[in-house]
Design a protein around this ligand. Sequence first.
Ligand code: FAD
Length: 412
Amino acid sequence: MGERCIIVGAGHGGSQAAVSLRQEGYAGEIVLISDETDIPYHKPPLSKAYLKSPDADGLVLRPESVYRDDSIDLLLGARVDAIRVDDRKLALGDGREIEWTDLVLATGARARIPDLPGVGLDGVVTLRSMADARHIRNMMPGIHDVVIVGGGFIGMEMAHSCSMLGKKVTLIEAAPRVLGRSVAEVVSVHAKARCRVAGIDIFTGIQVAGFEEEGGRVAAVRTADGQRFEADMVVLGIGAVPNVELAIEAGLAVDNGIVVDAHMRSSAPHIYAIGDCASYDHHHAGRRVRLESVQNATDQARHVARSIAGRPNPYREVAWFWSDQGDMKLQTAGLSFDADRHFISGNPEDNAFSVYHFQGTRLLAVDSINRPADHMIARRLLAAGMSPTEADIAAGPQHLKQLASEKGMAPA
Ligand code: FAD
């Protein structure tokens, strides 16, 4: 057998890795395996536009002809059940075995399911895939009361999308604030306020205790403090767990994701991991992270292609993310874990402001609400390792842009 790279998972990371391999001049066979039956598609619209407009064709990541023209063998509806490291083979669910010379795990993450009474009832749903989104959309016409469990990005987006569809929406978050793991407190407060303006009932610091049934399907959500919320649909949005079982069974190192180095190499030779299922030491954050974003998956895909093609280039991309919540476009650049101080530019009352996260004088991250120019400049500053002063930020985006392009600031 000649060279054959197999990519397990054809989401944002897997699909990009396949085309990037060809762009990097990889001449071997490329097999891209997905356990979904849909041709690889954009996930972000599933919690946003897709629920409102039925245009699934617009979601396709790349037309089928791209895979054909690049001689990428796209196997849909095929699940990889096991990988064998010693003889470099993998087993498909239908019993077939395929050999590989290089293997990329791009298996993503799945919805976390809470261990609560009634969680398996009809009408209690999660949203990770096109199939999930179709199911939810098909249910929509008969739905009046939606309860969203979890105020993370998907929960908040779904709350706004359902509200825009005319549903009565209640969102319940166990933590003291929504989006708590990702953004500054002022952004959480603002996002909660925008929910209220949109007519969404939002509760924080309340634990869901279980789901009540009526006529074979969910009828209400009960909380630990004794409240009861009527619901004919419940969306669970309490986070995701990485799909790492294949890696664990094959003996690969796993630490909140398949452990990879800066070249996306796992602990086993010729096996790589990218995207939501991979964890790595982030050069800027100085800690091991596992990120769930399109940027992370597609940039790592480009890097893994370079590694396999023999032109490794350490992964040092700036992390960035976006989320559309009603009239709020939230964009984050960088990672704010170790921030000890914030500086706000703009006014939350205008629904347009940015929060600059610093550790000492070092810029770590910027959250922007309806300020796309700030976001783009923040990415450039972070990529160049530059930290503006508060006076620079207060001078406005034009000034920051000029500084970034002149590299006028000392490296952080
Ligand atoms: P995925 O795209 O999840 O692909 C993994 C694929 O592998 C899946 O198709 C899975 O079924 C398949 N797979 C798993 N195991 C196997 C197996 N054993 N055999 C075969 N196939 C397998 N990110 C943003 O940056 N901005 C957003 O606004 C945003 N919105 C989102 C909205 C929703 C509803 C969701 C679900 C995610 C959103 N994300 C967003 C996150 C983003 O989509 C993910 O971070 C990204 O898809 C990760 O890419 P990936 O390739 O690692 O995994």
